[in-house]
Design a protein around this ligand. Structure first.
Ligand code: A3P
Ligand code: MG
Ligand code: MG
Length: 377
């Protein structure tokens, strides 16, 4: 077993790790039945705020109740193990199109990279991932059994807390998305469609996912993850400044403790968005009982310095990036040759452990169709 020490985190201070701006190399949609559509932007959505904060202007729909329609929520059962399937199927299609392999050190979902990037500050939660090496690239997936167990634990925590029921809080997040997104560009949308969003059935089957290539320190990688929407339009040129937005809901801070919780949440929001080059995070602030009170737009890039200046929980984005650069170098030296490895951080642990769990093969991390495709290419 190999161990990589996360603490003391000051060892990762400085601004020396080179990072490359992520660029989209492919994308896919899950349609309204959650069927995978590689290289299809069918589920791309367009941001348009549910209301405008105009001082002195009274909007009689305000405040919007995020609980409305809860009983008709069309909620997808996501308890199955999807491995890296959507990402790999899309890479196959993209590689068939351009006739060459995507040569990188690492391929994974954005969620896994977020766990790594935030590891210096997320001591409470553990994680477990599976990794394998194929044709010189490391593939990392979430360990599904661990995910299922931690969901159960999260459920128990929620029911002990005095906050809203977990299902309701989750609904508020998707309701805010439905209220804030259009299925077509604004110019092609009628006023009735914009206002009709309040009565639309909330549904989490459809998703648009972006697949980006990026580099942190000496590690190049391909990361796939959902992007909630785009501001105005998606530029045709992948080098043009991205126009993505990430939507979030959060309780409007009232007490000092609430500010601290929000500043800590901003680390996750920042990490998630930074990894896919999402420049804007839009937070719908809600009351304790789910009334949407206020909408705030944050620039992803400016979050770390804002936290350094006025955060009530001070985290350092450079420490996250330097840590990630060094940890990925360690993975590149450790996950080599045949077999499957586990990457594990136990809750509250000061180290990440990497150890082999299967001597041969690639586990269930890679699909047969991906392996066949690569062996032919
Ligand atoms: P909020 O983030 O506004 O609470 P995402 O923000 O990643 O785009 O996810 C959209 C919504 O999915 C979230 O909205 C939340 O309602 C739900 N969601 C995402 N991850 C979740 C998790 N780990 N547990 C519970 N709900 C989650
Ligand atoms: Mg999302
Ligand atoms: Mg979101």
């Amino acid at each position: 077993m190999q161990r990589f020490l996360v603490e003391p985190i000051q060892q990762f201070a400085g601004t020396n790790t080179r990072i490359k701006k992520p660029t989209e190399i492919a994308f896919f949609s899950y349609d309204s039945d959650h069927k995978l559509k590689p290289l299809d932007n069918e589920s791309l959505k367009y941001y348009y705020p549910p209301f405008f904060n105009i001082p002195g202007h009274h909007d009689n729909r305000f405040p919007i109740d995020l609980s409305k329609g809860y009983n008709s929520f069309r909620q997808r059962d996501d308890s199955g193990d999807e491995h890296l399937d959507g990402l790999l199927d899309t890479l196959v299609e993209a590689e068939k199109r351009n006739g060459k392999k995507t040569e990188v050190d690492l391929v994974t979902w954005r969620g896994m990279m977020t766990r790594i990037l935030t590891a210096p500050y997320e001591m409470e939660d553990g994680f477990e991932m599976n990794a394998t090496c194929f044709q010189g690239t490391i593939y990392i997936e979430e360990n599904h059994a661990y995910k299922a167990a931690s969901r159960e634990a999260q459920k128990a925590r929620f029911s002990r807390n005095r906050g809203p029921p977990q299902d309701m809080a989750m609904y508020w997040g998707y309701k805010f998305e439905t209220l804030s997104l259009l299925n077509k560009p604004w110019g092609e949308t009628t006023r009735e469609e914009i206002e009709g969003r309040e009565d639309e059935v909330v549904d989490n089957y459809a998703q648009y996912c972006s697949i980006c290539r990026t580099e942190i320190g000496g590690a190049s990688m391909v990361i796939g993850g959902e992007v909630d929407g785009v501001l105005g339009y998606k530029p045709d040129d992948p080098q043009a400044p991205a126009r993505w937005v990430e939507l979030k809901t959060s309780k409007q801070p009232e007490h000092e403790r609430d500010r601290w919780v929000l500043d800590k949440k901003l680390l996750k929001f920042w990490a998630q968005s930074f990894l896919l080059n999402v420049p804007k995070i839009i937070i719908g602030f809600r009351s304790r009982d789910g009334k949407l009170l206020n909408i705030e737009e944050l620039s992803t890039q400016q979050i770390p310095s804002k936290i350094q200046q006025q955060g009530t929980y001070k985290w350092n984005g450079n420490i996250c990036i330097n840590f990630t650069g060094q940890f990925l170098d360690f993975l590149k030296q450790t996950i080599i040759g045949e077999g499957v490895w586990r990457i594990r951080r136990e809750a509250k642990s000061t180290a990440i452990e990497v150890f082999k769990v299967e001597e041969m093969g690639t586990g269930n991390i890679l699909t047969q169709s991906f392996i066949d495709h690569r062996n032919k290419l």
